[in-house]
Ligand binder design. Structure first.
Ligand code: DGJ
Length: 763
């Protein structure tokens, strides 16, 4: 890995064994992008990659005889208005009303390691040998602004990270009307755009569309969240690229608020990808001496399909974005009372549920919404972070101790950014909500957004909740957020600062997270936003797991978890077994399948175990034991492979494989059962071809005689032999595991699933 500057050609080359990123300082001092993709051998002269030719109607930005036109030049960070008619990466409004700028090279720094961009979350290094970084400083004389473009190349990941920083040096006050984090250009358009779109209870479905000339974009303008609708991620893949082969470029935005992720294809087939804070409603005033830092974009290059891209994101985000104690620890198996009781609970009921959870091996009990203020439904009480003693006479302090006496850890739900109008907090501070005075303030779930762009609001909430945490024994916090922002306006900001409110709001959220995670470093935080409305990399920096979706139906979850896995590691995905009929869909799925899906995440339960039969409880006990035995592999050590997509057919399959390929767990799920169906072959991936493995499965893997025939001919079936067999990695990957559909019928038919544990046979 290195960052090299070739003085003779003014070329910068960032590379490691997988990836190259090449740019140069042009004759006019601006930065040109030359190449991004599979690693190239370093040399000084990549100038032949510059494309310049005479075209009608083009605006030439240098004196004749130059033919340099920004419209046809791949740029590192394109500006507005100097002959490039595509969307810019940034716009700077100056005091004379002009938006015309000319940022030219001033200096650069190459250094070992990677700097943080606090208070914004970002990927990091633990030692300087893990990455090399480059800062290119550009300057616009008239605006008096420095623009610093920052890049990092990691040694062990096919990853380049980018962000931009504006530093106002001159006396003018300028306004950043657009300040995206990155812009990357490709000289062709032979791509499909992959992104994750959805809505509540069907978050992050995989979408694929061919690039066409013009703009295609995804965005969030929800203010409080990166949203259920679009995740801050897009990938460009070649049309023939699959999960297991072909080129992909991933772009993931480390931010939790409004974002824009856009592809623009010019009529000369050039593709520009831009990503950053959404410019709509954004206007950042920059006075002399002030700095604006954009969030980070993490770019992954893969020449091995979407799985390889995801594996790089998983490893990087699990080890160099998540932080603190829980980064390296398997997650406790929890039981959450939300779907068990909703708001209707007493201390006695909670303890009954907790005791049963302890009996089956659960490790953590989580008390969800409804424990504070007058919160007996979702109309009241948000903002009043003191306990409801009608429900919990001994408070959270008393309850947490009693839960701990059962042998479980105790966790608590909070929703710190919100307030109900029927609350003491709102009555005391009606001006603390986001909204424009004298105009209607839209509500959602009967609640309003507290103005976290104001420090005194964050201070107050911190004071209330830290007291609750300090006085009780709390091991886990679920931080929920159940509405998007509307009428974005802060009553405390000046008119000229209103365009800063939504970003300041998110900085306020990060501030509160920072204070709480600093004061309580042992607490495991799980983020949540009506399920998965704020499942983004920035949240993982503070809370290393997130509630993936309010949809707990096992079959729906295969889609949600499949899509989420494009970027996010299994250990970040909150996944629980819930009751049937499922509360969101009224669908009944086998208990076995519910666990088989939930294993591929943090694992837990979301039901009252007292309502289960003895047989079901035995099943639950063995599920908990299975997860305890395998969570190190699933959550910490394994590489995840998607095998069959729920978006393409009736079947889903995926697997995790240990780094040394000695161990794996694979799962197969079907939606509808098929009558008299053909045999299936499940082809695994990622194993070592020549290694002999022992495969155990919860069904018979090969041809089994009909029971009657076996009886007539006196053949003894050895059940055990059918459930455990041996095969080489090559057989499992190329011939595949045969699946008899009849066995799926025996397992309940619709929504049945199979789980395989695969272990290298000892040498
Ligand atoms: C939305 C979350 O996603 C649920 O799990 C639950 O915590 C409710 N909020 C509580 O109001």
């Amino acid at each position: 890995m290195a960052v090299v500057f070739h003085e003779s050609t003014k070329v910068f080359h960032l590379f490691n064994q997988d990836v190259s990123y090449i740019m140069r300082i042009m004759e006019n001092g601006q930065m040109e992008h030359l190449y991004y993709g599979k690693a190239l051998k370093d040399k000084a002269d990549f100038l032949y990659l510059h494309e310049e030719t005479m075209r009608s109607l083009m605006s030439v930005c240098m004196p004749e005889p130059s033919l340099l036109s920004m419209q046809y030049t791949k740029q590192e960070y394109p500006s507005y208005g100097t002959g490039d008619y595509r969307s810019p990466a940034f716009t700077v409004l100056q005091e004379n009303g002009s938006r015309i700028v000319n940022y030219t090279y001033a200096s650069h720094t190459i250094y070992k390691g990677k700097k943080d961009i606090l208070p914004l979350p970002a990927t990091y290094v633990e030692s300087d040998s893990e990455a090399d970084s480059l800062e290119v400083r550009l300057h616009d004389e008239v605006a008096g602004t420095d623009l610093v473009l920052s890049y990092t190349v990691y040694a062990d990941f096919p990853v380049i990270t980018r962000h931009a920083r504006f530093e106002q040096k001159g006396p003018q006050t300028v306004v950043l009307e657009r300040a995206l984090s990155a812009s990357v250009e490709f000289n062709d358009m032979d791509f499909e755009m992959v992104h994750l779109a959805g809505a509540w209870a069907r978050e992050r479905y995989v979408k694929n569309r061919k690039l066409e000339m013009g703009i295609q974009s995804i965005q969030s303008m929800c203010g409080t969240g990166s949203s259920t609708d679009h995740n801050p991620f897009l990938a460009l893949k070649r049309p023939h690229t699959t999960e297991s082969q072909g080129e992909v470029y991933g772009f993931s935005f480390v931010y939790s608020g409004n974002f824009l992720a856009q592809t623009e294809v010019s009529t000369f087939d050039m593709t520009r990808v831009t990503m950053g804070i959404h410019p709509e409603g954004f206007a950042w005033e920059l006075k002399q001496g002030e700095v604006f830092q954009t969030p980070e974009v993490v770019m992954v290059y893969s020449d091995g399909g979407l799985n390889k891209m995801s594996q790089a994101y998983h490893r990087l985000y699990r080890t160099r974005l998540m932080r603190g104690k829980w980064r390296d620890e398997v997650r406790p198996i929890l039981l959450n009372n939300w779907e068990a009781t909703y708001f209707d609970f007493t201390e006695e009921k909670i303890l009954t549920i907790a005791k049963k959870a302890k009996e089956v091996g659960v490790e953590l009990f989580v008390l969800d919404d409804g424990w504070f203020g007058t919160r007996n439904d979702d109309y009241h009480g948000l903002g009043d972070w003191f306990v409801n003693t009608d429900k919990l006479p001994d408070g959270i302090t008393g309850l947490s101790k009693k839960v701990e006496e059962t042998g479980l850890k105790f966790g608590l739900w909070v929703e710190l950014e919100m307030v109900n109008k029927d609350s003491d907090l709102y009555r005391a501070h009606p001006d603390w909500i986001i909204g424009v005075p004298d105009r209607f303030e839209s509500h959602a779930r009967h609640q309003h957004v507290l103005d976290f762009s104001r420090k005194e609001v964050v201070d107050h909430i911190y004071g209330m909740i830290s007291k609750v945490i300090r006085e009780a024994s709390i091991s886990y916090i679920k931080w929920d957020m159940n509405r998007y922002m509307s009428e974005p306006y802060s009553r405390s900001a000046k008119p000229s600062e209103q365009g800063m409110v939504m970003h300041r709001y998110i900085l306020g959220v990060y501030d509160l997270y920072t204070r709480l995670t600093t004061e309580f470093p042992d607490i495991l935080f799980e983020s949540c936003a009506s399920g998965g409305a704020r499942f983004d990399p920035a949240m993982l920096y503070f809370a290393p797991q997130a509630w993936t979706s309010d949809d707990t139906d096992a079959s729906e979850r295969t889609k949600i978890q499949y899509g989420t896995s494009y970027v996010y590691p299994l250990v970040s995905m909150g996944s629980h077994v819930s009751a049937v009929p499922n509360h969101q869909l009224q669908r009944t799925t086998p208990l076995e399948s519910r666990a088989n899906v939930a294993y591929f995440g943090t694992f837990g339960y979301e039901l009252d175990l007292n309502l289960l039969s003895e047989g079901e409880l035995e099943q639950v006990k063995s599920q908990v034991a299975f997860m305890k035995a395998h969570r190190q592999l699933i959550q910490m050590e394994g590489d995840f492979y998607r095998l069959l997509s729920p978006f393409e057919g009736n079947e889903t399959a995926w697997m995790v494989v240990s780094q040394d390929k000695s161990e794996a767990i694979a799962a197969f799920y079907q939606k509808m059962n098929k009558v008299n169906g053909s045999w299936l072959r499940l082809r695994l991936q990622g194993l070592c071809a020549d290694t002999l493995y022992e495969v155990s499965c919860n069904m018979k893997p090969s041809l089994v005689l009909d029971e009657k025939l076996a009886e007539v001919y006196g053949i003894q079936e050895d059940e055990e032999a059918f459930q455990v067999y041996r095969a080489y990695g090559s057989e499992l990957m190329y011939a595949g595991i045969p699946i008899d559909r009849k066995e799926l019928t025996k397992k309940g038919g619709d929504f049945a699933s199979l789980l395989y544990t695969i272990k290298k046979v000892a040498d």
